[in-house]
Design a protein around this ligand. Structure first.
Ligand code: DX5
Length: 236
């Protein structure tokens, strides 16, 4: 079944914090603090040490945090062979699973599997992967994630040359009439969010920029949302 037609106008700006910089010894309290700070969803950067040279959250960690907050959880699956894991992250309470186009030989089937499990499907593109890699799966996706760093670690510098790719993906979504968000992840903060939003992003993943704000999480979330809203094009 194709995704529903897109509603008219710009898509709502959403702030999706990465919990990578959070205090892992207090993750339950950390997700509560993020919800209180006004985030729209929480992104779990799932890393397997193979697709990226880092290891992070198993499904049980996410399941332990699920009851503490109401905001949706999304799993950014930076893993090889995601088909083996998707059901575990749905069971853990993630309502959106983001699969890297580079991580599966059968991307269309993997995204369809996520939808069969009752979750929303998203597709992610590493900086070196062209926008056209998602052209044939947009009808299955609720979100496209254009990485603005090479995945694996937080605190990296934003790659501004990704902005033409963001704009290309946005055009593909609009031309196809897909009800699909465009998310960016990596180096997103006050100095970079307007370029990414102007190019077409409406869901902003940020980790370091939120946690390093001396005025706290709520100030950081509010500022990022205001900057993005001010920069968002009228065309959606
Ligand atoms: C990279 C990670 C990071 C993280 C956010 O694999 O996905 O992009 O979410 O990192 P910063 O600290 O750049 O916001």
């Amino acid at each position: 079944m194709d995704s529903p037609a897109a509603p008219p106008g710009p898509r709502p700006i959403e702030i999706a914090p990465s919990v990578l910089p959070a205090d892992f010894s207090r993750l339950g309290e950390e997700v509560v603090a993020l919800e209180k700070a006004g985030v729209d969803r929480i992104q779990w950067d799932v890393m397997d040490g193979r697709f990226v040279p880092n290891l992070t959250f198993g499904p049980d960690v996410i399941a332990a945090c699920r009851p503490h907050v109401e905001v949706p959880f999304e799993a950014h699956l930076m893993v090889e062979e995601p088909d083996q894991l998707v059901h575990r992250y749905v069971e853990a309470g993630c309502s959106l699973l983001i699969i890297h186009a580079e991580s599966t030989r059968h991307l269309h089937r993997s995204l369809g599997r996520v939808r069969e499990l009752g979750a929303q499907a998203g597709v992610a593109l590493n900086p070196g992967t062209p926008a056209e890699a998602v052209a044939n799966v947009l009808d299955l996706c609720s979100l496209v994630l254009v990485m603005t760093v090479n995945p694996g670690f937080g605190g990296q510098d934003y790659i501004p040359t990704m902005e033409p790719k963001i704009a290309r993906v946005r055009r593909m979504i609009l031309e196809g009439g897909h009800d699909c968000d465009l998310e960016v992840d990596g180096g997103i903060g006050p100095a970079t969010v307007q370029g990414a939003t102007r190019a077409g992003a409406n869901v902003l993943v940020a980790g370091s920029a939120l946690y390093r704000d001396p005025l706290g999480l709520e100030h950081a979330v509010t500022e990022l949302r205001a900057l993005a809203t001010a920069a968002q094009p009228d065309t959606g």
